[in-house]
Design a protein around this ligand. Structure first.
Ligand code: KIV
Length: 260
């Protein structure tokens, strides 16, 4: 199986499309890795998928670090990206650097952070120059949900699209080795993809990106309600519920455990 690193991800642009996903624990990370997923993101979406919050905002750095360590221990070939949670890079550059370093010490190969303000661009430069590869994230940024007034598609007006385009160019210039394009029109994602040298990895951004992210719980059908752009590749919610209910019934009826 191909071993993925930052150089291989950059070299894949225009050659091979990347089907990437999130994982938050060793069991699922190992399965995704052995299936050939090239990049596994320890997403702050864990706040919603595994911790039961309404948004990603409550995720703590300690939670990201233990999930990153679990994923990194299980993965052999995929590139592991730790998603810096809200608050871990907003409260000062030195603290952001320390948190990113902690992710790499737990086994991540790179970190992801959202935005393209002057401050974030200088942080991306500082991280990349310090040996911390960065995946940027522009378009709809879930950590800005309160500013948007909900999870709202971005880049819909001409001005907003121009801003997302400029943001993508700026994060590339700052040193990011890939950029996430979340929930933007597919024509905008296509023109960004054509203009950048680094790979674009889209989620809800149409088919022309260099790769795609899907949240693991959505792609496996563990979440019953999913965004409209998601394709479910399995229906694990029913499989898992069925297994739990068979177990409960068999214990109740004495079929499990068997006498021998
Ligand atoms: O946290 C996450 O799952 C993400 C993806 C949507 C890219 O940031």
């Amino acid at each position: 199986m191909k071993k993925w690193n930052v150089v291989a991800v950059k070299a894949a642009k225009g050659v091979e499309k990347l089907g990437c996903c999130t994982a938050y624990d060793a069991a699922f990370a190992s399965l995704a890795d052995s299936a050939g997923v090239p990049i596994i993101l320890v997403g702050d979406s864990m706040g919603m998928t595994t911790l039961g919050y309404e948004t990603t905002l409550p995720v703590e750095m300690t939670e990201t670090l233990s999930a990153t360590a679990a994923v990194a221990r299980a993965v052999k070939d995929a590139l592991v990206v730790a998603d810096l949670p809200f608050g871990s890079y907003q409260c000062g550059d030195d603290e952001a650097m320390k948190n990113a370093v902690s992710c790499l010490k737990r086994g991540a190969d790179a970190v992801k952070l959202e935005g393209a303000t002057e401050r974030i661009l200088s942080l991306i430069s500082r991280m990349t120059q310090s040996g911390i590869p960065v995946v940027a994230h522009v378009g709809m940024m879930p950590q800005s949900v309160n500013g948007y007034g909900g999870f709202k598609r971005q880049g819909k007006t001409r001005e907003d699209a121009a801003k997302v385009f400029e943001d993508a160019k700026a994060v590339e210039k700052a040193g990011a080795f890939a950029v996430t394009l979340e929930c933007i029109p597919s024509e905008l994602a296509a023109s960004i993809t054509a203009s950048l040298k680094i790979p674009t990895i889209g989620i809800g951004a149409g088919p022309v990106c260099d790769g795609q992210w899907l949240v693991m719980h959505d792609l496996l059908g563990l979440n019953e309600k999913v965004p409209s752009f998601v394709r479910k590749y399995a229906d694990l919610a029913n499989v898992v519920r069925g297994a739990f209910s068979s177990y409960v019934e068999e214990v109740k009826s004495g079929v499990f455990p068997p006498a021998k």
